[in-house]
Design a protein around this ligand. Structure first.
Ligand SMILES: Cc1ncc(COP(=O)(O)O)c(C=O)c1O
Length: 471
């Protein structure tokens, strides 16, 4: 493709992109295809001969687009958001064009130095104290893995890295029953085995119970098991629970246990000072992750991982083959040793674009709008005769269920809500996902799309009631 051909295609694509952003509301939110339907349209063998871009793009629109769930749809209320924004997409185009591989300072000094700078912007924006250093990871899961591995190495004097686990006493990792499954997965990946994994019970507000944590740690110590890491949550996935960092931190300090905080979703809300109570006890925290790719207008992937002791992280991962040595040595940051993959995209650029385009004030306004919309939705549920809120709403997340008068059988209520969510998502106007709260099947309503306005939330409430009435 010549530069002139590229220019022509790119112009056409950008027109399509702008139209898509303007018209995304006209698509069903969740893809309405059956398993295998898209695969049936894709040739089973690669083309031997080159194909024209016009044909590829036509096929994208005709065959691929129907199989897309529209995460940027203003009626996307499922999971947690993965919101994006025009400035982020523009930056992503530049990143792709540069095609830089930013593993070392030398392989793109601007990428490294901008990453350091914008992560410190994020630290300041969220009210995190000085003394935390940031790095961009691909995912919150990746950051949690880094935390568990660092904790494992610190607790064993960097011994597992050299001798393996067998040379050490059994280790244990603690988290709450409400913590995202990423922690459990990472305990497996870290080679600790699920027998090392403790799910600590929660209180009535679904927060990890510190006294239960202390008991579990003490019981392990008494049995010769070494506690290495606690993963606390700020905004757990199910109901958005916020663990008490101070009480947990004091226990960790007492037992010399690494404390990681998973704030994947809720961390973005900390740009608003009124939500910073969630940070009470931050001085005890060793590392924390939140995802600007969830709720801060920065398209996937971009996880902000903050560590108090970068040397411990680097020492956990560091490896120095001849081909990766550079003459700058210790005078610069080489982010290659801060995470599992060696190769790194220039992800800081989109954060730089987003933060500058919206300003911190603009980002605060967005979070406040979403939180207010969710509160209004929860209010409608509360006063309704047929629906009930099932957990205290957290930021922009509401857990609720359909509960028509006269239906009291738990299994019947579960069945009704399962049927309701299936019909809602098959209908396509809005998209919701499910959860269990104290055993009951409930519906999660998560507000967080860049273009979601009052009318969308109001419309969603109408769709929910309309479909429930037809069950
Ligand atoms: C609280 C929490 N932690 C971790 C994750 C995993 O995030 P990632 O996809 O960035 O690994 C999620 C995903 O929704 C989450 O909600």
């Amino acid at each position: 493709m010549t530069p002139e051909e590229f220019r022509a295609h790119a112009h056409r694509f950008v027109d399509w992109m702008a139209d898509y952003m303007a018209e995304v509301e006209s698509y069903p939110v969740r893809a309405q295809v059956k398993p295998g339907e898209i695969a049936a349209k894709l040739p089973t063998a690669p083309p031997e001969a080159a194909e024209p871009m016009e044909r590829i793009f036509d096929d994208f629109q005709r065959d691929v687009l129907p199989g897309i769930t529209h995460w940027q749809h203003p009626n996307f209320f499922a999971y947690f958001p993965a919101n994006s924004s025009p400035p982020s997409v523009l930056a992503e185009m530049l990143t792709a064009t540069l095609g830089a591989q930013c593993m070392l300072w030398q392989t793109s000094p601007a990428a490294t130095e901008m990453e350091t700078r914008v992560l410190d912007w994020l630290r300041q924006m969220t009210g995190m104290p000085e003394g935390f250093t940031g790095v961009i990871q691909d995912s919150a899961s990746g950051a949690i893995l880094c935390a568990i591995l660092t904790a494992r190495e610190k607790a064993t004097g960097w011994g597992v890295n050299t001798e393996g686990l067998k040379a050490h006493p059994p280790l244990a990792v603690y988290t709450s029953e409400q913590t995202h499954s990423a922690t459990e997965k990472n305990v497996k990946i870290a080679g600790l085995g699920l027998s090392s994994f403790r799910k600590i019970p929660v209180d009535a507000a679904y927060r990890l119970r510190p006294e239960a944590l202390a008991e579990a740690i003490e019981a392990d110590v008494a049995r010769g098991i070494k506690p290495i890491c606690v993963v606390a949550s700020i905004g757990g996935t199910g109901v958005g629970a916020v663990d008490p960092l101070r009480a947990i931190g004091e226990i960790c300090r007492r037992h010399d246990v690494f404390l990681h905080v998973d704030a994947a979703w809720a961390g973005s809300a900390l740009v608003c000072p009124e939500h910073r109570w969630m940070f009470d006890g931050i001085e005890y925290v060793d590392s924390l992750v939140f995802n600007p790719h969830k709720w801060l207008l920065t398209n996937f992937d971009c996880s902000a991982h903050f560590v108090r002791d970068p040397d411990a992280l680097i020492r956990t991962f560091s490896i120095m083959p001849e081909f990766l040595k550079s003459r700058e040595g210790d005078t610069v940051i080489d982010y290659r040793d801060w995470s599992v993959p060696l190769g790194r995209r220039f992800r800081a650029l989109k954060l730089w674009f987003v933060i500058r385009s919206y300003g911190v004030e603009g980002l605060r306004a967005l979070i406040r709008k979403h939180v207010a919309l969710a509160a209004e939705f929860a209010g409608w549920v509360e006063v309704s005769d047929d629906f009930e809120v099932m957990a205290p709403p957290s930021l922009a997340l509401v857990n609720f269920r359909y509960h028509p008068p006269g239906v009291e059988d738990a299994a019947e209520l579960d069945r009704l809500n399962e049927a309701l969510i299936t019909r809602i998502n098959d209908d396509g106007r809005i998209y919701l996902t499910q959860n269990r709260v104290d055993g009951a099947y409930v519906i999660r309503f998560s507000v967080g799309q860049t273009t979601t306005e009052h009318r969308h939330v109001e419309g969603a409430w109408q769709v929910i009631r309309e479909i429930a009435a037809g069950l």
